[in-house]
Design a protein around this ligand. Structure first.
Ligand code: NDP
Ligand code: OXD
Length: 309
């Protein structure tokens, strides 16, 4: 079986080692050294250019290196009949939960205010708010959001979650469907976004949604930049509707150097690192799927293309 690896941000070397150890017959190729494209069975990819998959006439599977497959699905030339899989946890759940917990504590414990006060050499205690009085809102209670919800609940925060279907997660107050969004927004102090980017969720975090939050709320976005209308977030920060935002993902990545987000005092920026796909954690899923592919079995982590995630 021949596999082609494509990523401009992931090192292929640990993938080559991990896959070779488990599947000695696998012909692991790294783009652009792919040999005859007509003999390629599957790809393991992060953000290939649009139309890239068209060159493989015998393709049998597309394996995403990421949990989110929005960039792949946005390619109008992605072969429609080929199974597409995504990373399911693959070591990212723990990393995402850590990032979410850090973001919540950063704002809850007023670290951005203390950083400013330190710059001013000002010794000024701020009235504390207890965790139990700081409800957290998780948008998207899937594989990754669920782990953050569990961690934050264990830390003593009241956890609310908004998703499409009820999960009956113990310790989490669930809000299901679009009609439940206003109540969810009204009750939380901080929004933590774990949604997949789909036609329904693109641009959701915009002025109308932000206006439904309690004044002085916070935002942590570790899902996709396309969820957020950046100008509306800046306006909400300037008006005080938002008191702070921690942003890991952006509509345009790398974030352009002239973006006003870079120097807004209420914004913390990280370069799409909330979770990374590590071969050490994620290779097992790929190996399992390659074995399934060879045996003609259904793949795991299949993306439902009609839902977009
Ligand atoms: P899942 O598919 O497991 O979970 C998605 C969740 O979102 C589900 O609970 C789903 O509801 C809910 N959802 C989807 N559409 C809607 C909607 N229209 N309204 C309300 N809820 C909705 O995804 P993962 O948890 O594995 O990953 C989430 C995202 O995290 C990825 O798509 C990716 O964009 C991002 N990510 C970011 C990383 C980073 O480093 N910044 C790293 C890894 C992932 P239901 O369960 O009912 O279907
Ligand atoms: C992912 C990501 O979707 O890293 O896995 O953003």
């Amino acid at each position: 079986m021949r596999l082609v690896f494509y990523s401009r941000t992931d090192d292929p070397a640990p993938w080559r080692r991990a896959l070779a150890a488990a599947l000695p017959d696998l012909d692991f190729r790294v783009w652009p050294d792919i040999g005859d494209p007509a003999t390629v069975d599957c790809t393991l990819v992060w953000k290939p250019p649009p139309g890239w998959h068209r060159q493989f006439p015998a393709l049998r599977a597309i394996l995403s290196l990421g949990a989110g497959v929005d960039a792949l699905l946005e390619d109008p030339d992605l072969p429609a009949h080929i199974p597409l899989t995504r990373m399911v946890d693959a070591g990212m759940g723990r990393q995402m939960a850590e990032y979410a917990a850090y973001g919540v504590m950063h704002f809850h414990r007023r670290m951005q205010d203390y950083a400013r006060l330190q710059r001013e050499r000002s010794w000024q205690p701020i009235e504390p708010v207890m965790a139990q009085d700081f409800p957290v809102g998780i948008m998207g209670l899937g594989v990754l959001g669920r782990q953050a919800a569990d961690l934050l609940a264990a830390m003593g925060y009241p956890v609310h979650a908004w998703s499409r279907s009820d999960k009956s997660v113990v310790g989490v107050t669930e809000h299901v469907g679009p009609q439940a969004l206003p109540d969810f927004l009204a009750v939380v102090r901080i929004l933590v976004n774990f949604l997949p980017l789909t036609a329904e969720t693109r641009g959701l975090i915009a002025a109308p949604l932000l206006a439904q939050l309690r004044p002085g709320s916070y935002l942590v976005n570790l899902a996709r930049g396309g969820h957020v209308v950046e100008g509306d977030v800046l306006a909400a920060l300037d008006s005080g509707q938002l008191a702070g935002a921690m942003l890991d993902v952006f509509e345009s990545e790398p974030l352009p150097t002239d973006s006003p987000l870079w120097h807004h005092p209420g914004v913390v920026i990280t370069p799409h690192v909330a979770a990374v796909t590590l071969a050490s954690d994620a290779a097992a899923q790929v190996i399992d799927n390659l074995r399934r592919l060879a045996a003609g079995l259904e793949l795991s982590g299949l993306v439902d293309r009609s839902r977009g995630y």
